[in-house]
Each structure stands twice: as structure tokens, then as C-alpha cells.
Ligand binder design. Structure first.
Ligand SMILES: Cc1cc2nc3c(=O)[nH]c(=O)nc-3n(C[C@H](O)[C@H](O)[C@H](O)COP(=O)(O)O)c2cc1C
Length: 253
């Protein structure tokens, strides 16, 4: 299997580049790795004209099983070089239907890990989620392309930082080893069912607790009132938690 590290940043040897280098370093020697620095390429959108640069990059994507997409957070979002790369790739990542909808293209079921860094402190990023839009943009593109997410790695607090803290190096090595393990098409099905079970168990408990509290002020004694209030409370709680898990929650520390 092959792991392709893709860096979209102003600096090749910057902190995001160092994170990527450490991840690739930890991939077992039996597997192939490649470090791709997007600034080395003059990436232009795909048109009807020949585009050898984009074709070369597409070939590299096709040959790899896991992509590590590494880009710093610039202006509260994904760094432009990486964004431009993903924008230019669009017609190769998804097939477009006649009505404009898209379906995953030829890279469906490959895997990706996203990596970013920012100046904001760990606490600020934890509270405000400065790096969330960076991860969200990558996730939006990859999910349209049917590429499966393996995880996220973030390095906050980079102001005045020159080299990676030992704890982050250790984490990079952990990811390097993890992404190299052979993947089944989507190996998180069992995990998702377990998460779903616990989510429902907790939601049902919370719903019944809220019903008991509501029962002190509202007449929820008959079966129908009990049932309707259960459905409404359960729906609101479940919708909120699903929104949080799907759209809001990103690694921030
Ligand atoms: C153009 C530009 C915009 C930036 N915007 C932000 C920002 O909005 N929030 C933040 O926390 N850091 C911001 N930074 C800081 C970078 O995210 C930070 O320095 C990052 O670690 C750089 O990674 P590098 O060492 O790989 O270049 C910005 C840096 C640049 C160059």
C-alpha cells in the first residue's frame, strides 16, 4: 500500500510540513510513502485543454491508498494552495449528474487523514474552533468524493514555535503507524453501531429524565401525552447530538 502526504502551505519545512514528515516517517518501511509539496506544481483548473501537471497529480492520487492532507489554517480557513488543489481536482473527484448533483468518482473508498496548525492557543482553539473550517472544507470535498476519513491531527499554539513538541511528534508517529494498517472498505461499521447504541441509551435516559421534570408542571400522565412528549424530546436531543457529532466536532487540541 502507498501513503501519499500532500502539503499545501507557504513553507515546505514549516510546522505543518514537519507534522507531515513525522507521520510519513512512522509508516512502516514495508509500505511506500511520498511527500508531495503542492507549491512545486503550477496547478491550474481542469479544462478541455491538456493539463499535464494536474494529470500527474491525479496519477499520484490514484496510485495511493491513503492520503494525508496537510495544510495550515490561514484566515480562519483552509490554506489557499490546498484549496486551489481541491478546487482544480473537482471534475476528477466527483461525477456530475445531469441535474447538477454529484456522486463519488474514481477515488471512492480510499482513506484520508487531515492535518492542520494555527497560531491560536490550545485553549482558544478548543473554545472557538478556529481550525474547524479547515477540517470542514477538507471533509466536504472528501465526503463528496467518497473518500473515507481516518482522523484529524491539529497543532495549535504555533506562534514563535520552531520545532514540534515531543507529544505531537509521538502523536504523528501513532498516526503514521495507524494509517498504514490495511483497511477494509469502510472498517468503522461495528464502531458506528456501538456508538449508535450508546447514543440512543443516553438519549432515552435524558428524555425520560426531562419527562419526569416536565410531569411536575404538565399533565403527562396519559399514554398519548407521554408518547408525544417522548418523541418530541428524543427527536430534539438526537438531532442536536447528531448535528454536533457530524458538523461541529473537530479535533482542536
Ligand atoms: C496568510 C496567513 C494567515 C493566517 N491566519 C491564521 C488564522 O486565521 N488563525 C490562526 O490561528 N493562525 C493563522 N495563521 C498562522 C498559521 O496558521 C500558523 O503560523 C501555522 O502554524 C503555519 O504553518 P506552517 O509553519 O506550516 O507555515 C496565518 C498565517 C498566514 C501566513
Amino acid at each position: 500500500m502507498k501513503v501519499l502526504g500532500i502539503l499545501g502551505a507557504h513553507k515546505r519545512q514549516g510546522l505543518t510540513g514537519q507534522l507531515l514528515t513525522e507521520i510519513l516517517k512512522a509508516v512502516p518501511e514495508t509500505e511506500e510513502t511520498e511527500f508531495l509539496y503542492l507549491e512545486d506544481y503550477d496547478i491550474k483548473p481542469h479544462t478541455n485543454q491538456p493539463n499535464p501537471v494536474l494529470n500527474e497529480l491525479i496519477q499520484k492520487l490514484a496510485e495511493s491508498d491513503v492520503w494525508v492532507l496537510a495544510a495550515p489554517t490561514y484566515w480562519g480557513g483552509l490554506a489557499g494552495t490546498m484549496k486551489n488543489f481541491l478546487d482544480c481536482l473537482r471534475p476528477k473527484l466527483v461525477y456530475q449528474k445531469k441535474n447538477g448533483d454529484t456522486i463519488p468518482g474514481p477515488f471512492k473508498n480510499k482513506h484520508y487523514l487531515s492535518v492542520t496548525s494555527c497560531y491560536k492557543s490550545t485553549l482558544e482553539n478548543f473554545i472557538t474552533g478556529v481550525t474547524d473550517p479547515t477540517f470542514k472544507t477538507i471533509d466536504t470535498v472528501m465526503s463528496a468524493a467518497g473518500v473515507i476519513k481516518v482522523g484529524e491531527l491539529v497543532l495549535p499554539n504555533t506562534f514563535d514555535m520552531k520545532t514540534l513538541p515531543p507529544a505531537k511528534i509521538k502523536l504523528c508517529h501513532k498516526w503514521g503507524q495507524k494509517i498504514a494498517r490495511k483497511k477494509r472498505k469502510d472498517d468503522s461499521t461495528v464502531k458506528r453501531y456501538i456508538q449508535l447504541f450508546f447514543m440512543i441509551a443516553v438519549m432515552a435516559l435524558a428524555t425520560m429524565g426531562i419527562q419526569v421534570l416536565l410531569g411536575r408542571v404538565l399533565p403527562l400522565t396519559n399514554f398519548l401525552a407521554n408518547y408525544v412528549s417522548f418523541v418530541l424530546i428524543f427527536f430534539i436531543l438526537l438531532a442536536s447530538i447528531l448535528h454536533y457529532v457530524t458538523f461541529v466536532k473537530h479535533r482542536r487540541r
